[in-house]
Design a protein around this ligand. Structure first.
Ligand code: ATP
Length: 259
């Protein structure tokens, strides 16, 4: 289903409400975080090292729990409704590409035969349908990341959480994966929350950039990128893109000054 173009018209998916996360030693990773995530949003969490981006992502993934406040879903997520992609592709080296993508279904107790079409669809979406029987060692870094993305989206999740997935890749591969990620989001209509250090990447991908500051980790500002999708290479060289990059850079400067 196409997302409503106006962010404020989208239905709510989940809400981060007054969330604090404090680690032992009084490490205040997040203090008073509020964020409403809506269906179809592409949100980047942008900020300096240690501002709590990964912590916020782990809380939304249910991999960790807030010290105070709560993560409130509009409708409780079912198994397979949330996909996670980390900076490392974290593939099983002894398993084929298709077996790696099968993992979320295997954890649900499903047989390979019952989901083999879904696996092929996901691999097609990331352009790797010809590599079903290959092993991770035979793939480039970009291809391994594509497998990791296929694994995260094979269950057609409502929400995909991505923690600096392209940080270790060269710039050309990164640009290509940025384009492909937007195409995939448009295809499956999911919401994406994407952690990055890169102003340029966040502006290209997102319609909402949440700028965060460190010590304690907190939200400083939201920058909206109201350029329409699909976004092409033309957008990357446009005056509109440059203007949004300046706005996001300024917000990031405020975040650094606030720390
Ligand atoms: N499991 C943990 N135990 C103790 N402290 C932690 C833990 N996880 C994170 N922290 C601390 O919480 C703060 C926020 O960390 P987090 O990894 O969320 O930041 P980040 O913005 O994702 O940083 P980076 O961009 O470097 O990945 C940091 O000071 C970090 O050292």
């Amino acid at each position: 289903m196409p997302r409503p173009t106006s962010i404020d018209d989208r239905a709510e998916l989940l809400r981060v409400e007054a969330v604090n996360k404090v680690f032992p030693g009084d490490v205040r990773a997040l203090m008073g975080m509020d964020l409403t995530v809506r269906q179809g949003d592409f949100i980047s969490l942008l900020g300096p090292s240690g501002c709590g981006k990964s912590t916020a992502l782990r809380l939304m993934a249910g991999l960790s729990h807030p010290t105070a406040g709560r993560i409130a879903w509009a409708a409780p997520p079912a198994r397979g409704d949330v996909g996670v992609v980390f900076q490392e592709p974290t593939l099983m080296p002894w398993a084929t590409v298709a077996q790696n993508v099968f993992l979320p279904f295997r954890l649900e107790g499903k047989s390979y035969a019952s989901v083999k079409d879904d696996i092929l669809d996901a691999l097609r979406l990331v352009g790797l349908d010809k590599f079903q029987t290959a092993y991770p060692r035979e793939l480039s870094g970009g291809m391994k990341m594509r497998v990791s993305i296929a694994r995260a989206m094979v269950t057609q999740p409502k929400l995909i959480l991505m923690d600096e997935p392209f940080a270790a890749l060269d710039e050309i591969t990164r640009f290509k994966l940025n384009n492909d990620l937007l195409a995939m989001q448009a295809r499956i209509g999911c919401t994406v929350i994407f952690v990055t250090h890169s102003v340029f990447e966040s502006v290209f991908l997102s319609d909402r950039i949440i700028v965060m500051a460190a010590r304690p980790g907190r939200v400083i500002e939201e920058v909206r990128v109201d350029a329409p999708y699909p976004r092409s290479e033309e957008f990357r060289t446009s005056a509109d893109y440059a203007a949004h990059c300046r706005a996001a850079s300024r917000a990031l400067e405020h975040a650094m000054e606030a720390a």
